[in-house]
Design a protein around this ligand. Structure first.
Ligand code: NCD
Ligand code: ZN
Length: 375
């Protein structure tokens, strides 16, 4: 099987996003209910101040990942982090009503059931994030054995309808890195959902056909987020002409058959699938080194990237459900009230963005997108 890194129309060998794909279509612009990002890393401090505008320009709300150092494990820590996010928002020139951070707690082996009750009472915490210990960036305090260590906490989450947001990969070094999601379904997801069938679960940043099939067929309240990079790229992007650290994220990009399954799911209209960028800024130097960090920065051009993926599938008409309607429905929230407009335009993605005295390389740097956000 041939696998080009980016399989958009007219770009099979070069592996480049091409505006010509967009030109082939007829729509000049699309207006959508303002979308939400159901999986976002905003970081903290100067980085937070530098990146927040990228999300706030496009999205009305975002689920904020708690993998800071130290992680956000308590309602009080989440309250303080939320305050810093709102301060950064106003410093970036936005009204606080423009963007609502939906906070999460970082689950550990020792998160007490009472912490879930406090989180629920707060009104601003909308999920609890499972990082299997060691699975990804800043996951050292993650869970070592979910069903052995977190049963009482999970029972309270189930009762209170607090969603569990799962980084769905096993960390067993014996398991091939490309198989970690599929093995997670068997070893963790199925036993968990057998024990807690009414627990609300989001399978975060789904990357495989196995994950898509699981989410489609599962009984009960299960959904999944999909990133723009997993919809646009397969694993060849990591090795195009050399090692490409800015395409390295976790879960890692998979082979083309998996990308096709993700695209099909995203554009199917099935309400279980919705937008979560997993935008994860790292300074260039942290990625370009002998042990580089995982994470792609996509907040800058998120909606243009998703529009490119949906258009390549001939399904721009389904973008609004995926980006703006399915997520709020799962989380029990109303859709946003405003709209955004994307317009057809050959926009070159910058080679780097200035962030916190260093630079961050956005996904697909130097390539041309066929869409951009108006205004
Ligand atoms: C994320 C990060 O950098 O915080 N990295 C990534 O590759 N996605 C963590 C995560 O969501 O796994
Ligand atoms: Zn993430």
């Amino acid at each position: 099987m041939t696998e080009s890194p980016v399989l958009l129309p007219s770009s099979p060998e070069s592996g480049r996003l091409r505006a010509s794909a967009a030109r082939a279509g007829s729509l000049r612009e699309i207006t959508l209910t303002r979308p939400d990002d159901w999986h976002l890393h905003l970081r903290d401090g100067d980085t937070l101040r530098a990146v927040i505008g990228d999300s706030a320009r496009q999205f009305g709300r975002a689920i904020i990942m708690p993998n800071l150092k130290p992680p956000v494990t308590t309602t009080e820590a989440a309250r303080a982090y939320r305050g810093r996010i709102l301060d950064a928002l106003t410093q970036a020139g936005f009204q606080t009503e423009a963007f609502e951070p939906l906070m999460t707690l970082y689950l550990t082996d020792r998160t007490p059931p009472d912490e879930i009750r406090r989180a629920c009472d707060s009104g601003f915490i909308h999920g609890v994030k499972l990082y299997p210990a060691g699975a990804t960036t800043n996951s050292d305090s993650g869970v070592t054995d979910l069903l052995a260590n977190c049963r009482q906490t999970l029972a309270v989450m189930q009762d209170l309808k607090m969603p569990l947001l799962m980084h769905g990969e096993v960390t067993d070094p014996q398991v091939d890195v490309f198989d970690r999601e599929a093995v997670f379904i068997e070893r963790v997801m199925r036993p968990l959902r057998q024990a807690f069938p009414a627990l609300k679960v989001v399978f975060e940043h789904l990357t495989t056909a196995d994950g898509v099939a699981y989410v489609r067929e599962a009984d009960g309240p299960v959904a999944a987020t999909l990133t723009a990079h997993h919809l646009l790229y397969n694993r060849n992007a990591l090795f195009r002409g050399g090692l490409r650290p800015h395409y390295y994220c976790l879960p890692i990009l998979k082979r083309e058959t998996h990308r096709q399954a993700l695209l099909e799911a995203a554009t199917s209209g099935n309400p279980r699938f919705f937008l979560g960028t997993d935008s994860a800024p790292h300074p260039r130097g942290a990625k370009e080194q002998d042990c580089g960090c995982a994470g792609c920065y996509t907040a800058y051009h998120a909606m243009a990237l998703y529009a490119t993926a949906f258009e390549a599938q001939g399904r721009l008409d389904r973008l609004e459900a995926f980006a703006s309607l399915n997520g709020p429905r799962f989380y029990g929230l109303a859709p946003n009230r405003g709209t955004i407009t994307l317009e057809r335009c050959e926009a070159v993605i910058p080679q780097a963005l200035a962030v916190d005295g260093t630079d961050v390389v956005p996904l697909a740097a130097g390539e041309t997108l066929g869409w951009r956000l108006r205004g």
